[in-house]
Each structure stands twice: as structure tokens, then as C-alpha cells.
Ligand binder design. Structure first.
Ligand code: C2E
Ligand code: CA
Ligand code: CA
Length: 698
């Protein structure tokens, strides 16, 4: 027979009584290790050392009292069963003993009962311990639930709340330690309650758990979006005992998602739909146009000379203007139309449900009228014009990208033709654009393949035909197309970044060439090099010039940069700064194509200009009285300012005579020589002058 090992502490003066008790315990199936004390100090020490399974105590001993022993034991070992084992014990004392916490009592003359009493005491003590541990654990869990920031709630199967943790109470605004007793119906907004009843509870009941996004009504009645888990808890019989819910406040995430959604679809500066959203709307519009046979139009709008605003106003002024333009655009179009910002200074309008394609004209007119009155920017009035291009679906395409590209092509056509206008897309534009792209690609390769070279056209003194300078003009020897005119490829280079390497090449190569001629003994020669607008405005331009000078050793005074009037007129401050840098290098500045009408001489006179080149068109019309008068005035004014004058495109002896008569300084043109390759130029230089046939004023 298996014995149950137990440790017993006897509080007993009689060793014989201990023997008796031991015997009956052992007979009853216990294997006892034991200890005996009969003094208070000994009991204290024994309990301090280790806790027995049971204490068996005599009631009255010579030097110790059973009740005292009981008190002490309850204090030092409260969980250990304390059983009186006594010869006699009166009824009253027995009751007192029980009241003080004795587990039971056994009379020494009824020792058989001892085994039963000890067994029961041990099992009860075990049960108590289990409960204590379980309770401790439960308390710990509740502590955790109270501390978590998630909402935790338990409900009975009928939906009444039995527990709501601190986070939950806070969320619904229930006072401390309340919340229980409420019905879940009061906690959820109607739609969430409906979702939980229709889906949450049934799914949790059948599969154990349900996860979803719902909402909880906050203290002030606002809906708080939550992500929620519902768990069904079953009893041993499989019946549902209760439901628990864990929910997490996802307000932040929702707000973040909403912001992302907004950013993905709207332009933060103007609040207008962005390109993506415009794309979606266009798709809908295309579908509607097909169904209803009513065309829709996509207009692309670009602010003219927006760059100037950024340059001549403070930072932020550009943004302010874009916002104002956005507002006017919105009020200019119909309710159902979409105004979008494509980026930078580019906007778009999607006009739907038109009766005829030509109705776009009136949309464009309204938009342009909306820009009519000046914009008030930093206490100044600013006039804004738009270049507008439009494509119409289904005529010009049924895909957003294509409609946008086509409208854009039309808009660029407006820009090219002088801005401030409107154009429909015409199919021919794409062909042109494609050719342009091809040309750009080939031009990129042309540099590497050494297909670019510089030709030179002499500049002569009108009085005697002496060659005093040359203008460097670029040539492109295309493998298939032969020589391509710079008039064709320079604008393409201007539109891409190619103008920078191209311009640097022109400068470096022509400076080098002049030096070679100089070394060969030719007289001092001035080199004129054309500079395009983009090139002039690029930040490194002055450096590029300096490098070319240094690399070639050409004297700076012998380099003249030709800038068109347009370049000099735009963005004045920046222009003046760059000119100053160039003058510090010591190079000369010529105004190319002068007379094309952008500027007045009085404006130019305030810039450090060394030379005016009268445009070919004036020279060729010199016989007309008006042009003759202009040339005359220009020469006089230029001379009064100490500026040299060169006439361009001189082709006939009549033109030559006319220019001589009016004391024009120098000339270039086919009459003397076209631009020629360096070898031919060397021959002209060897002769030193080109003596024209004698004219009237010779
Ligand atoms: P541009 O600066 O006005 O150059 C003068 C243009 O007139 C040259 O055309 C020249 O060949 C042409 N020309 C000269 N004499 C006569 C004449 O008597 N009659 C006529 N009808 N034309 C004459 P080209 O070489 O075709 O150059 C065209 C434009 O391309 C130039 O106009 C200039 O703006 C630009 N360009 C040429 N080379 C360069 C360059 O290296 N860099 C830059 N940025 N632009 C260049
Ligand atoms: Ca020129
Ligand atoms: Ca010119």
C-alpha cells in the first residue's frame, strides 16, 4: 500500500501520546516525518524553519497552553491545519478553539478519528491553496487588463456587460469601476451594432473569434473607429458562457489613411485635384461622353512667364499667385467640371457634357476672361495670361494620357506662337513633336560623333573692307540629312539641357580656332559667339566663358558674346548680375538681332553693351523709308552712347552704300562672305580684307 508522506509538528509534552498518534496515522496510511515541541520558543523556531503539513497540538501542557500555540500557529503558518489532540476538552473551550481557527479536534481516547480528520484537513488546505493561487493569478490578469490601452469587455450571452476595463471605461466615459451592467447596445453606433449582430457574434459563436473594424460611441457621442476582436468562451458542456471583446482605438490610423488618400489625390498647395484624380475623372468623362454622345474636353493651361513672378517677387508670391489662379479657375467653370493642378504653373480643366466640340471655345473664353482683371500681389497689380491647349474626346483620343498629351501639344503650340491664346489639338502636332524628339536624340549623339563644327563669317569695317572679326556659327553635318541649320536644332537644344554642352563646345572650339589663327600670324581678330537664353541664365555660364578663355589663351577683349534683346530684357536683376560677371572677365557684349522690338535703346543704354547688331530684316528693307529712318536713328543713338554698330545680312551694294552713308561701323553678310569652314576662313584672313566693288560712297 502506498503511503502518503506528511510532515507533522506535534505540540505535546507527552512522548507516549506522540507515539500513539504516530501509530494510528501510520496505520491509516501516512508515512510521517515529525517533530515535537512543548515550549513557545521551540514552536516559533520550528515554524520559522519550515512549514509542516499539519500541526497536532495538546490542549493543556505543563509549560505551554494549547490556545497560545493555536494563536501563534495562525500567525506564523496561517495555511497549515491546526488540530487539537487532547485527553479532554470541554464543549466551551472546543468552540473557542474552533472560533480561533483550529481546524478540528480529536480526543485521545478516540484516536481512530485522527486519520479521517487529518485527511480532510489536508485536502481542504490543498483546495484553499489552489484557490489562493488561482485568485492571485486572476488578480494579476485583471491588473494587466486594467493597464492595457486596449478596450477589453466581457458580456454574458444576452449582451450585458460583466466587465469593462479602464481603457474601455475611459473610452465610453463611464465613471471609475463602472461600465458593468450596461448593455452593449448602448456602446456601439447603430451601424456597428448591426454589423456585430449580423456578422460578429455569429462568426465568433461558430468559429471562436471574429475580427473587424467597427466603432464605439465615445463619451460625447462621437464615433471612435476601432479594430475589434470578439471571442466566444464556452463552458465544459460546449455552451457559450460569455463573449469577450478587445478593441483598439484606430483614430490616428484612420486620420493618417485619410491624409494619405488626400495627398494621393489632391495638390496640397491649391487643394485642387491632382493629375491622378484628374485621370480618374477623365476616365469617367470619357465613358459618359460615349454613352451620352456628348463630348468632353481636356484643357491644359499654362501661366505665361510665371518664372518672372518667382524672380521679381518675394518667395511665396508664386505660391500665392497659383492659389489665386486656382480660385479664379474654379469659379470660371461649371459645377461638374474639374479644375486640377498638374504641377508647377500648369493647370487643367476637364469640361464634360458639351453639346458640340466647339463649346470648348466658350470654356476657354470664360477662363481667359477670369484672368482679365489684374492679380493683387504684394501691393502690386500683376497681369496674368494663359496659354491654353485643348483636346476633345472621343475625337482626339479616349485615354487620359493621350488626351493630356494632345492638349499639352496644343498648349505648347500657343506658347511657341507668342503665348496668351487658345488652340485645339490638331493631329499634325504629334508628328511634329515626334520629329522634334527624334532630332533631340540625334543631336545628343551628334556631340559624341563630332558631327558639330564651327563655321565663321567675317565682320568687316565698312569703310575699307578690313576683316576685324568673325562670327562663329554652328553647323551640324548629319549623316543622312546633310547639313542641318542651327535655326532648326538650336531651339531643340534650348528646350532640353543639350544647350549647355552645345554652347560650351561652341565657345571652346571657336576660342581655340581664333588662337590658332593668331599664332599663325593673322592680325588681332575679334570672335563673336552666339549665346542662347538658357545658356546665359545657367548658373555656371560665367565660369564656362572663363574656362574657354583660359584654355585657349584668347585675350578676353577679343571675345564678344552675342545676346538677343529678349534675353537682355527678361529678368533684369539676374541679367545685370551676369553681365557684370562677364564684364569683369573683360569680354564684350553685343546685342544680336537688334530692332526686333523688345527693347528701347534707352533701356539697353543702362546695360554694359559694346555693340549693336542691326537685324537682317531691317537691312534688307533699308530702301523703305520707315526702316531707313530707324536704322539712321539707331546708328546715331548708338554712337552717342559709344556703342559700335554692325549691320547683319548685307547682301547688296545698295545696302552697303546706304549703311556707309549713315556711318554704320561694320557689316557682315553674303555680300562679303557667308559663314565658311575654318580652312576657307584662313584664306580670307591671309588676304586681310574683302574689298567690295567700288560703290557711290567709296
Ligand atoms: P544669328 O546669330 O542671327 O546668325 C546670323 C545668321 O544669318 C546665320 O545663320 C548666318 O549664316 C545668316 N546670314 C549671314 N549673312 C547673311 C546674309 O547676307 N543673308 C542671309 N539671308 N543670311 C545671312 P545660321 O548660321 O543659319 O544661324 C542661325 C541662327 O542660329 C543664328 O542666328 C543664331 O541665333 C543661331 N546659332 C548659330 N550658331 C550658334 C551657336 O553656336 N550657339 C547659339 N546659341 N546659337 C547659334
Ligand atoms: Ca549672331
Ligand atoms: Ca543676328
Amino acid at each position: 500500500m502506498d503511503r502518503t508522506p506528511i510532515q507533522v509538528l506535534f505540540v505535546e509534552d507527552s512522548e507516549v501520546d506522540v507515539e500513539l498518534a504516530l501509530r494510528s496515522l501510520e496505520q491509516g496510511g501516512f508515512e510521517v516525518s515529525w517533530n515535537r515541541v512543548d515550549l513557545e520558543e521551540d514552536l516559533k523556531r520550528a515554524l520559522g524553519a519550515s512549514q509542516p503539513h499539519a500541526i497536532l497540538s495538546d490542549f493543556s501542557m505543563p509549560r505551554f497552553d494549547g490556545i497560545d500555540a493555536l494563536r501563534l500557529s495562525k500567525e506564523l503558518a496561517p495555511g497549515v491545519p491546526f488540530i487539537f489532540l487532547s485527553g479532554t476538552i470541554g464543549e466551551e473551550r472546543a468552540i473557542e478553539a474552533m472560533r480561533l481557527g483550529a481546524t478540528d479536534y480529536v480526543l485521545k481516547n478516540n484516536m481512530r478519528r485522527l486519520v479521517t480528520v487529518v485527511r480532510r484537513a489536508l485536502s481542504e488546505a490543498g483546495e484553499r491553496e489552489r484557490i489562493r493561487v488561482a485568485e492571485e493569478e486572476r488578480a494579476r490578469l485583471v491588473q494587466i487588463l486594467e493597464a492595457t490601452s486596449d478596450y477589453v469587455c466581457m458580456t454574458d450571452p444576452a449582451g450585458t456587460i460583466t466587465y469593462l476595463n479602464a481603457a474601455g471605461r475611459k473610452l465610453i466615459g463611464a465613471p471609475e469601476s463602472q461600465g458593468a451592467g450596461k448593455s452593449t447596445g448602448e456602446i456601439y453606433p447603430a451601424w456597428a451594432r448591426e454589423l456585430i449582430e449580423r456578422e460578429g457574434t455569429p462568426v465568433a459563436s461558430s468559429t471562436g473569434a471574429w475580427t473587424g473594424e467597427t466603432a464605439i460611441l465615445g463619451a460625447d457621442g462621437t464615433e471612435i473607429p476601432v479594430s475589434q476582436v470578439i471571442i466566444a468562451h464556452r463552458g465544459p458542456g460546449g455552451e457559450i458562457r460569455f463573449f469577450s471583446t478587445i478593441a483598439r482605438d484606430i483614430r490616428e490610423r484612420k486620420a493618417y489613411e485619410a491624409r494619405l488618400q488626400y495627398l494621393a489625390n489632391y495638390d496640397p498647395l491649391t487643394g485642387l485635384p491632382n493629375r491622378d484624380l484628374l485621370g480618374d475623372r477623365t476616365l469617367q468623362a470619357v465613358a459618359h461622353a460615349r454613352r451620352a454622345s456628348r463630348p468632353a474636353a481636356l484643357l491644359v493651361l499654362n501661366l505665361d512667364r510665371f518664372k518672372l513672378v518667382n524672380e521679381s517677387y518675394s518667395r511665396g508670391a508664386g505660391d500665392a499667385l497659383l492659389r489665386m489662379v486656382a480660385d479664379r479657375l474654379k469659379s470660371a467653370v461649371r459645377e461638374g467640371d474639374t479644375v486640377a493642378r498638374l504641377g508647377g504653373d500648369a493647370f487643367a480643366v476637364l469640361a464634360t457634357d458639351l453639346a458640340r466640340p466647339d463649346d470648348v471655345l466658350s470654356v476657354a473664353r470664360k477662363i481667359r476672361e477670369a484672368m482679365h482683371s489684374p492679380f493683387r500681389l504684394e501691393a502690386r497689380d500683376l497681369h496674368v495670361t494663359l496659354s491654353i491647349g485643348a483636346s476633345v474626346t472621343p475625337r482626339d483620343g479616349e485615354e487620359f494620357d493621350m488626351l493630356l498629351r494632345n492638349a499639352d501639344a496644343a498648349m505648347h503650340r500657343v506658347k511657341a506662337e507668342g503665348r496668351d491664346g487658345f488652340q485645339f489639338y490638331a493631329a499634325a502636332m504629334t508628328r511634329q513633336a515626334a520629329e522634334r524628339v527624334e532630332l533631340e536624340n540625334e543631336l545628343r549623339l551628334a556631340l559624341e560623333k563630332n558631327q558639330l563644327e564651327m563655321h565663321y563669317q567675317p565682320q568687316v569695317v565698312l569703310a575699307d573692307g578690313r576683316i576685324v572679326g568673325v562670327e562663329a556659327l554652328m553647323r551640324w553635318n548629319h549623316a543622312q540629312r546633310g547639313s542641318i541649320s542651327p535655326g532648326q536644332f538650336i531651339p531643340v537644344a534650348e528646350d532640353s539641357d543639350l544647350i549647355h554642352p552645345l554652347g560650351a563646345f561652341a565657345l571652346a572650339e571657336s576660342c581655340r580656332q581664333i588662337r590658332v589663327w593668331g599664332d599663325a600670324g593673322s592680325a588681332e581678330l575679334r570672335l563673336a559667339v552666339n549665346v542662347s537664353a538658357r545658356q546665359f541664365r545657367s548658373p555656371g555660364f560665367v565660369n564656362t566663358v572663363e574656362r574657354a578663355l583660359r584654355a585657349s589663351g584668347l585675350a578676353p577683349r577679343n571675345l564678344e558674346l552675342e545676346l538677343t534683346e529678349g534675353v537682355l530684357v527678361e529678368s533684369r536683376d539676374r541679367t545685370v548680375a551676369v553681365l557684370k560677371g562677364l564684364k569683369e572677365l573683360g569680354v564684350q557684349i553685343a546685342v544680336d538681332d537688334f530692332g526686333m522690338g523688345y527693347s528701347s535703346l534707352s533701356y539697353l543704354s543702362r546695360l554694359p553693351i559694346d555693340c549693336l547688331k542691326i537685324d537682317r530684316t531691317f537691312v534688307s528693307q533699308a530702301r523703305r523709308r520707315q526702316d531707313a529712318a530707324i536704322i539712321q536713328t539707331v546708328i546715331l543713338l548708338a554712337h552717342s552712347l559709344g556703342v559700335r554698330v554692325i549691320a547683319e545680312g548685307v547682301e547688296t551694294v545698295e545696302q552697303l552704300d546706304f549703311l556707309r552713308m549713315h556711318r554704320c561701323d561694320q557689316a557682315q553678310g553674303y555680300f562679303f562672305s557667308p559663314a565658311v569652314h575654318p580652312g576657307a576662313m584662313a584664306q580670307l584672313l591671309a588676304a586681310g580684307s574683302i574689298r567690295p566693288p567700288a560703290g557711290k560712297f567709296n
